[in-house]
Design a protein around this ligand. Structure first.
Ligand code: NAD
Length: 495
């Protein structure tokens, strides 16, 4: 279907509807006629539909994955043989990058740059996972006081993958590539907001020719999706999304001690030292908070500044935010597209009101842009006069909202940085390298960058505290899908 997303003459984007589910590697009729509608955040109109999987569909997908794991070839292939399939999946995804980029813009409103970067990240994940067979030590010899043996690594089993909408293909890849590399079979449940794009991704899995049952993709409403997390035949859940849902999934997993990896977002801080000029950090740092309209778990949404430099830094950030073009994400000079949904915009505007009520000052932004009649847009918003204990400084807003908080000493800056329930990302900006490293070492967070910011997904990625549990990416990400097994009284098998 060709969808015209606005009344402008911009090129239409491609997004397709689906009427079947992808179960066990085949396109099958859904068990009911329930559908999920994909609403364009640009036009607020329905642009695609996919079937809404129900209990029977989730059961069928889990049964296919269980059979493929217990009886099929996949877990029994060598890591290298599985890696050859990962290379094929990567090739099939690469062919589809233009349509996946389009779909991401159509369903979520990602501006062109964000859409391309996120989609290409999916290729990076498959590149990373397809070389794990030679980078991971699959057999380790061990000896101890009264014995010897070796450790092997078995795949954990059937994996339920539950993902959000903010980077659908990349998040799916970050979980599925290492799960498949480990020898697990997978049932993926995408977010309803980005389900059509993920069904397009299913076509890449199909074209790669994976053995039957290894991958299933079943969109489902959240109340139906609990069945996947609670299913006795699912050995592991890997989830990205909100902390509230992460806690619920952990509860569901606890009943049968299912393995669980959680990536739950954050309230990451940048600490600015007093020796670094604004022009050296403000342009990059400003976008670390608002890029992809702030809908990034690792976004830097708190900027901690020396009190005496507050005015200068706020003014520099304000200038950047006021120069940013918010608008139709297909226009090449648009930096920020809309938020993903009406619900998300309401949530963000509500937080802005909370901030004002708490006594913080809106330096710029703070509302939907007046020049855009349709679409779920919010202006880049900067708050000053913020105390660390305010809700806008503590809670994940997931919109283009950044707060500036002053400090009087580095000790205080570290205390503020560590003073939320989160710990996912972070940054330190300082000319004095030793000072920067010493600050980075004190911040309790999964990743931290010095004089820059990046979300590095091919190295261990994940959070301290309520930002999550476990790590994704590289050998650490692979390990999350493996069970170590000690074989005593034997030498390692020949390779
Ligand atoms: P969410 O956590 O509610 O949903 C994420 C995924 O979990 C979706 O696929 C959803 O359908 C599924 N889900 C929800 N409840 C479930 C349940 N009980 N059982 C099984 N699956 C379930 O996220 P959201 O509603 O899309 O966004 C709400 C907030 O979450 C955002 O504003 C943001 O703060 C946070 N969030 C964080 C990330 C991140 O990358 N860490 C991503 C998206 C959202």
């Amino acid at each position: 279907m060709e969808v015209h997303l606005s009344t402008t003459d911009l090129a239409p984007v491609q997004i397709r509807s689906f009427d079947k589910l992808y179960i066990g590697g085949k396109w099958v009729e859904p068990s009911s006629d329930a559908i999920i509608e994909s609403v364009s955040p640009i036009t607020e109109e329905v642009i695609a539909t996919v079937p809404a999987g129900k209990a029977a569909d989730i059961d069928a997908a889990v049964a296919a994955a269980r059979k493929a794991f217990d009886e099929g070839p996949w877990p029994r292939l060598s890591p290298k043989e599985r890696a050859d399939y990962l290379v094929r999946i990567r090739e099939e995804l690469a062919k589809r990058v233009p349509e996946l980029v389009d779909a991401f813009t159509a369903e979520i409103g990602a501006a062109n740059g964000a859409s391309v970067a996120f989609t290409n990240n999916a290729l990076k994940m498959f590149d990373d996972a397809s070389t794990l067979w030679e980078r991971f030590e699959w057999v380790k010899e061990r000896s101890w006081d009264n014995g010897s043996g070796y450790i092997t690594y078995d795949p954990v089993g059937v994996v339920g993958v539950i993902i959000p909408w903010n980077g659908p293909v990349a998040t799916a890849a970050l979980k599925m590539a290492p799960a498949l590399a480990a020898g697990c079979t997978v049932v993926l449940k995408p977010a309803s907001e980005a389900a059509a794009e993920i069904m397009m991704m299913a076509e890449a899995f199909e074209a790669a020719g994976l053995p039957e049952g290894v991958v299933s993709i079943v969109p489902a409403a959240r109340e139906d999706a609990e069945r996947l997390a609670a299913h006795p035949d699912v050995d592991k859940i890997t989830f990205t999304g909100s902390t509230a849902v992460g806690k619920r999934l952990m509860e569901l997993a606890s009943d049968r001690i299912a393995r669980i990896t959680l990536e739950l977002g954050g309230k990451s801080a940048a600490i600015i030292a007093d020796d670094i000029p604004v022009e050296d950090f403000v342009p990059g740092l400003a976008f670390a908070g608002i890029g992809h309209s702030g809908q990034v778990c690792a976004a830097i949404t708190r900027i901690l500044v020396p009190r005496e430099r507050q005015d200068e830094i706020i003014e520099a950030l304000k200038q950047v935010y006021e120069s940013v073009k918010v608008g139709d994400p297909r226009e090449p000079d648009t930096a920020l597209g809309p938020l993903s949904s009406a619900r998300q915009r309401e949530r963000v505007l509500n937080y802005i009101e909370i901030g004002k009520e708490e006594g913080a000052r809106v330096v710029t932004g703070g509302k939907a842009p007046e020049h855009l009649e349709r679409g779920y847009y919010v202006e880049p918003t900067l708050f000053a006069d913020v105390r660390p204990d305010m809700r806008i400084a503590q809670e994940e807003i997931f919109g283009p909202v950044v707060v500036v908080i002053p400090f009087d000493s580095i000790d205080e800056a570290v205390e503020i940085a560590n003073g939320t329930v989160y710990g996912l990302s972070g940054a330190v900006y300082a000319k004095d390298h030793d000072l920067a490293v010493s600050i980075a070492n004190r911040v309790r967070t999964g990743q931290i960058s010095i004089n820059g910011w990046d979300m590095c997904v091919t190295q261990p990625f994940g959070g301290f505290k309520q930002s999550g549990l476990g790590r994704e990416g590289n050998v650490e990400g692979l390990s999350a899908f493996l069970e170590p097994k000690l074989v005593q009284g034997a030498t390692p098998p020949a390779k």
